[in-house]
Design a protein around this ligand. Structure first.
Ligand SMILES: Cc1cc2nc3c(=O)[nH]c(=O)nc-3n(C[C@H](O)[C@H](O)[C@H](O)COP(=O)(O)OP(=O)(O)OC[C@H]3O[C@@H](n4cnc5c(N)ncnc54)[C@H](O)[C@@H]3O)c2cc1C
Ligand code: SF4
Length: 513
C-alpha cells in the first residue's frame, strides 16, 4: 500500500455517498471518521440521537471500505481515542506522516471555526471543500435580503422554484398558485387512516453498551437494543419510498394537524437522513414531483407543493438565516426572557395533555412533527418567558434531526422570535383555541380549554393574554398584532384582571402545571 499523503475528515453529518471525493479511490488518501466525547457532550442529547449518528457513521465507513477507500474509524472506546478532533488529528498526522489535510466545510458555526483553527495550526497544506448537499450557498439568503428588515421566505422560495425548475412552467407556478398553504390547515378528521410509521430494527446494542460503559450522559427512551431511524442509504431510500406511497397523498392536507392517533401522521420522517446528508434534497424533491406526475388522480398539487416548500423553501432558507445571523444569533433575546425551562420538559410529566403528548413522544422517538414543536412546546415556552438558551439546548438535544444550523433558526428564530422578527412577521403564540382547532388533545385534558381563569383554566389562555400584556411595548405597534391588542383593550376590566392574575399565578407555579 502506498504511503498516505492526505487525510480527509468526514464529520458525522457529512455522510454524503454522492460526494465527488468518493468517485475514485486513491491509496494515498485516508478518510477519517471519529466518535468523540467532544460531540456527545457539548449538549445533553437524546439517546436515540447519539445512537443514530454513530450507527450511521459506522455504516458509512463500512460502505467506504467496501468501495475500496482507506478508512480510519475511531470508536468512542478505542484506547487511542483522545476524544476531540484536534488531538486525534495530531496523532493521525504523526502516525501516517500526513502532509495534507482536507475537510468539508461544516454546517455548524462552532465546528466551522474549530476546523479553521485546526487546519491553520496543524497543517501546511489544507483544503476546505463544499459538502455538495445544499442547493444554495451559505450567504445566498443574506445577499438576497441585504438591507431588508425582513427575510421573506416566500420570495426566496419562488426564486428557488424558478432556479431549479421545480413545479414551474414558463416562469409560472404549475397549478396557478405558488403556495397552497391555506389548503394545508385541516384538522385530522379520521377520514383517511394514518399509515403505520416505518420502523427499522437497527441493532445498536453494542453502541449503547459503549455509551453506558463510558458514562455518556443522555436522556429519552430507547426501544431495547434496536433503533427505528434509517441509518443507511438503502434504509433512507426505503423511508422516502414509504412516504411517497402512503403519506404524500395527504401530506399537505394534514400537515398542521395533531392527534393522539398517531405520532407522525403523514410526515416523512426523513429529516435525520437529510441532515446527515445520506439523502440529497434535490433527489427527494424530484422523487416527490415525479410521484405526483405519475399519480395525479390520488395526489393533488397542494400535497406535493406543500412538501416541496418544506425542503426547497424552508430548509434552505433556514440555513441561510443561520449563516446571516451567526455568531450574534446565539445571544439574541428580543423579549429579554430569562425564566427556567420547567423540569417536566425532560419527563413529560405535566397535566397539560398537549404538552404531555408532544414531550412524551419526543422522549419515546426523539421526534415530534413541526406543529407540535412550534405550536405546543415552543408556544408554551414563549408564553412562559423561558430563557432562549435553555430552549435551544432542549431542542438541540431532544430531536434526532437537531443540528444547530437548522435547530437554531427554527427554535430561537421562528418559534421564540428572539431575533425580533426577521423570519416571522409576528410571534407564533396562541391560546387553547388554536390547539383545539388543530388537535384532539383538549378532549382528554385535566384543564378546561374554554376557561381563562379559575379552577382548571387552560394555562395557554391566561398566559397568552399575559404575554401580550407584558410585551405591549415591543409588540403593540406590530400591525399583525393590532386585532389582538384591541380585543385586550375592549375586554371587561374585571375579566382582564382575573386573566392576568391567573397568568401570574401560573408563571409562579410553572413546575406544577
Ligand atoms: C422549534 C422547532 C425546532 C426545530 N428543529 C429542527 C431541527 O433541529 N432539525 C430539523 O431538521 N428541523 C427542525 N425543525 C423543523 C421541522 O419541525 C422538522 O424538520 C420536521 O418536523 C422533521 O420531520 P419530518 O422529516 O417528518 O418532516 P416533514 O414534515 O415530512 O417535512 C419534510 C422535510 O422538510 C424539511 N423541513 C420542514 N420544515 C422545516 C423547517 N421549518 N426548517 C427546516 N427544514 C424543514 C425537513 O428536512 C423535513 O424532513 C424545527 C421546527 C421547530 C418549530
Ligand atoms: S386544554 Fe389547554 S393544556 Fe389542555 S390540551 Fe388543550 S390547550 Fe393543552
Amino acid at each position: 500500500m502506498a504511503a498516505a499523503h492526505t487525510l480527509r475528515l468526514i464529520l458525522g453529518d457529512q455522510l454524503n455517498p454522492r460526494h465527488s471525493w468518493f468517485r475514485k479511490t486513491d491509496d494515498r488518501v485516508i478518510y477519517v471518521l471519529m466518535e468523540v466525547r467532544q460531540e456527545t457532550d457539548y449538549v445533553l442529547h437524546h439517546v436515540q440521537k447519539i445512537l443514530a449518528f454513530f450507527a450511521a457513521m459506522r455504516a458509512f465507513a463500512q460502505w467506504l471500505q467496501k468501495k475500496g477507500h482507506r478508512v480510519a474509524y475511531l470508536h468512542l472506546d478505542d484506547p487511542d481515542n483522545q476524544q476531540d478532533f484536534a488531538s486525534n488529528l495530531k496523532r493521525l498526522i504523526r502516525r501516517h506522516k500526513i502532509k495534507r489535510f482536507e475537510y468539508q466545510r461544516p454546517d455548524e458555526y462552532r465546528l466551522d471555526r474549530q476546523l479553521e483553527v485546526i487546519a491553520a495550526g496543524l497543517f501546511t497544506e489544507t483544503g476546505a471543500f463544499d459538502s455538495e448537499h445544499f442547493l444554495t450557498g451559505r450567504d445566498d439568503v443574506k445577499k438576497m435580503f441585504a438591507g431588508k428588515k425582513r427575510y421573506l421566505m416566500e420570495r426566496f422560495y419562488r426564486e428557488m422554484r424558478k432556479q431549479h425548475d421545480i413545479l414551474v412552467e414558463n416562469d409560472k407556478p404549475v397549478g396557478g398558485k405558488w403556495n397552497y398553504d391555506t389548503s394545508n390547515r385541516q384538522r385530522y378528521d379520521g377520514k383517511v387512516p394514518i399509515p403505520e410509521p416505518k420502523r427499522f430494527k437497527n441493532d445498536v446494542g453494542a453502541i449503547f453498551k459503549t455509551l453506558t460503559a463510558m458514562k455518556v450522559r443522555h436522556f429519552g427512551r430507547t426501544t431495547g437494543n434496536t433503533l427505528l431511524w434509517p441509518v443507511t442509504r438503502r434504509q433512507s431510500l426505503a423511508q422516502l419510498k414509504h412516504f411517497l406511497e402512503h403519506s404524500l397523498p395527504h401530506f399537505g392536507t394534514y400537515q398542521d394537524a395533531m392527534t393522539v392517533e398517531g405520532w407522525s401522521l403523514f410526515h416523512s420522517r426523513i429529516s435525520f437522513a437529510l441532515n446527515v446528508k445520506i439523502l440529497d434534497p434535490l433527489e427527494v424533491i424530484k422523487a416527490a414531483v415525479s410521484r405526483w406526475e405519475d399519480d395525479q388522480e390520488h395526489i393533488t398539487i397542494a400535497q406535493v407543493e406543500g412538501f416541496v416548500r418544506q425542503i426547497l423553501g424552508w430548509r434552505e432558507y433556514m440555513r441561510g438565516v443561520y449563516w446571516a445571523l451567526m455568531p450574534k444569533f446565539q445571544d439574541m433575546n428580543f423579549f429579554g426572557h430569562d425564566a427556567q425551562l420547567p423540569g417536566w420538559y425532560w419527563t413529560g410529566e405535566t397535566r397539560m395533555h398537549c404538552m404531555a403528548r408532544a414531550i412524551g413522544q419526543s422522549l419515546d422517538y426523539a421526534y415530534a412533527h413541526h406543529i407540535q414543536r412550534l405550536m405546543v412546546t415552543g408556544n408554551f415556552a414563549l408564553l412562559a418567558g423561558v430563557d432562549p438558551d435553555q430552549i435551544d439546548a432542549w431542542y438541540l438535544g431532544v430531536y434526532v434531526d437537531a443540528i444547530q444550523w437548522v435547530e437554531m433558526p427554527n427554535t430561537r428564530g421562528m418559534s421564540q422570535f428572539a431575533e425580533g422578527g426577521l423570519i416571522a412577521t409576528k410571534p407564533y403564540v396562541s391560546s387553547a383555541n388554536y390547539i383545539h382547532k388543530m388537535s384532539d388533545y383538549c378532549r382528554e385534558c385535566h384543564y378546561d380549554r374554554k376557561r381563562r381563569h379559575g379552577d382548571r383554566a387552560c394555562p395557554f389562555n391566561s398566559l397568552y393574554w399575559h404575554f401580550l400584556d407584558r410585551h405591549r411595548r415591543l409588540l403593540g405597534k406590530n400591525p399583525r398584532m393590532g386585532n389582538m391588542y384591541r380585543v385586550l383593550e375592549r375586554m371587561d376590566a374585571g375579566e382582564r384582571e382575573k386573566i392576568l392574575a391567573q397568568g401570574d399565578a401560573y408563571l409562579k407555579n410553572c413546575e406544577d402545571l
